[in-house]
Design a protein around this ligand. Sequence first.
Ligand SMILES: [Zn+2]
Length: 140
Amino acid sequence: MAERIAAPVVSIYSLLYETLVVCPQCEGCARSAPIDGSTQARQSLFAPRRLVCSKCGHWCDWSADRLDRPWHVVPGEDDFFRLPLWLQTSCCGQTLWFYNREHLELVERYVTASLRERDATPGLKKQQCPESTPPLDEES
Ligand SMILES: [Zn+2]
């Protein structure tokens, strides 16, 4: 039986609560997240953040009242520390990237479903699905 999936109703910004990036010291996987782990901080783009590498222990902080550029200007780069995202790969001549595991799993479920509904969230559908993704099926 074909798996049918509704377009994810998720803003790309809501996935920024955590980003996995390449550690500038050891090139391992480092985590960037609000220092304050509260729900309010996780929902704010401008909550002070801390980058921590679990491999080498490197850490640094970020704080600002705005981002210097829209999220889609540099594909595959963290919007806060401007480091390469850990979860990225080359795909069809473009960079396929994900902020974190939830982001990856969300797109994976959508791309691998045999029946996809139209009107996906633009940030996910248009920016995250490779050009080679089969066309969307008509709703039946
Ligand atoms: Zn490191």
